[in-house]
Design a protein around this ligand. Structure first.
Ligand code: MN
Length: 140
């Protein structure tokens, strides 16, 4: 059995070519099968559009943010929430304009596939412009 505490995570800058804003990676464990990666977004920061060959599970550990897929449905997420992106579903995730957000990503099936396009200010503003709704208490 292995066990990690938050202080065990060695944060590093995420590659700017695939993100907008300030984003840190916190690698937890990658054995080539299961990749567990904490990702911390400053307010307004987000991924580019991408997908995961075998899907992705996100567990939000701090703050509040957004996930959106290509069909346009954006969902606000906050501490304690879990998200599953099915295999191949094109999407992005990131922080709200007025809150940081940290999630732990769990993927199998190899590297993220980047679509080659940023989440524009217009796209982001269209789903993040409505202000933040009250954050429910975590049920976990
Ligand atoms: Mn993703």
């Amino acid at each position: 059995m292995e066990h990690w505490r938050p202080a065990d995570v060695a944060w590093e800058e995420a590659p700017a070519e695939y993100f907008t804003g300030d984003v840190l990676f916190g690698p937890v464990r990658n054995d080539g099968v299961l990749n567990i990666l904490a990702v911390s977004f400053e307010p307004g920061a987000r991924t580019d559009w991408h997908h995961h060959p075998e899907g992705q599970v996100l567990y939000v550990t701090n703050g509040a943010g957004l996930v959106q897929n290509e069909e346009g449905s954006a969902v606000e997420i906050s501490t304690g929430d879990l998200v599953h992106a099915p295999p191949g579903e094109v999407h992005w995730h990131g922080a709200l304009p007025d809150s940081p957000m940290t999630h732990v990503s769990h993927t199998t099936g190899g590297a993220t596939v980047w679509e080659g396009r940023k989440v524009s200010e217009e796209e982001y503003g269209s789903v993040a412009g409505g202000g933040r709704s009250p954050v429910a208490e975590s049920g976990y």
